[in-house]
Ligand binder design. Sequence first.
Ligand SMILES: Cc1ncc(COP(=O)(O)O)c(C=O)c1O
Length: 442
Amino acid sequence: MNQTDTAVRPILDMNAFDATQASSNHQVSRRLNNLGAASVLFYRQPIEMVTAQGCWMTAADGSRYLDFYNNVPSVGHCHPKVIEAVTEQMSRLNTNTRYLVAVVDDYLDALKAKLPDALANVVMTCSGSEANDLAMRIARKVSGGTGFIVTEAAYHGNTALVTEVSPSAFRHASLPDHVVAIPAPSALVYGNDIATGFANAVRAAVKTLAQRGHRPAALLVDSIFSSDGVFAQPAGFLQAAVDTIHQAGGLYIADEVQPGFGRLGDAFWGFDYHGVQPDLVTMGKPMGNGFPMAAMASRPEYLAAFCEDTGYFNTFGGNPVAAAAGLAVLKVLEQQGLQHNARDTGYWLQQQLNQLAAEHHRITDVRGSGLFIGVDLGAEDDPTRPDPVYTVQIINRMRDAGVLIGAAGKHAATLKVRPPLCLTRNEAQQFVDALSAALTTD
Ligand SMILES: Cc1ncc(COP(=O)(O)O)c(C=O)c1O
């Protein structure tokens, strides 16, 4: 066993409600009694939500919140077209996946039209974790290797296999021998030539695996490095790392659970943004705009090789209602031009945030693509030092001002900016104003 870098902050602890530090009202106590230690709530004072629409959520006490956190209701909370499609399908037929139901293949045809031709088979699952679990098992079968290379603060899900490759899931623990974590593709770590630096880190990880008796099965990365703190530039830096893992006999699994479905603006997928060809792709979160669904796309020969041993069946994965939700999401993305909006409004928002950075020395970096943006916050006396305590303060101040936002990054000192893709400029401006006010309240 090798120790993870203890400096990596556990993802579930970021901006988490801490019952030892705050008084619990009836609703909170009820939740804690029901979910026990597995309860995860946001904010010093959790919010009871009752309804949502577009980019806005409404709490039980009538307060309205601008949602800049949620990467699931990507085409907008409670989108009428998605609701209509789900309701219509649910009232007609929902069944397990062992029958022929046209909407399922309609959806898969539409989804595949967005994917590289080579990835002609898609397996539907219920969660991104299941999709990554399957991709990892296929990678092992196809490569003959057992090792995985991931980034330092990666999160890929919650099954036993996937938790092992999710360093940010660990509170105290260690990564198993077959997993090597490398620093995220940041200029702070690799300097100006991120592509070469990141590829060299993959090469060194392959060597480390070899010393431990493992050949690599795959390089598994979230194409926007969301939990690592959002790293997008320069577009194309992934290619050298992908070449390196291929030379070492491993596959490249593109985890698109966070960046997929148009959020990056310039491309529908993160791997497209980088111009690289993945061997396997996993996706989830925004795929059903809240209807739980996810998928893994593969070359047919890879999936066939895997199925020689076990096959794959998922009772709920790819059910007709999920397919109807997914199809509606793809249509809405297209009809409302939401990828373009992510690009245009996201670009404008980044400009505003850069202006804010020029006025506030504690904003040390603004980066990202489309409506996936990371904003680093540093200490008052030395802004180069990431400041997770200040970050939580800002997040809670913004909550109190009616704006929802989360934290990310190895040090939990990056604001993760991820509003629904239907965001208007006016709403983007409201976010900038709220952040500006939070930064000036000292
Ligand atoms: C990059 C990434 N991959 C996979 C997952 C797991 O997805 P799910 O929670 O649907 O299992 C997550 C969840 O946050 C994620 O951020």
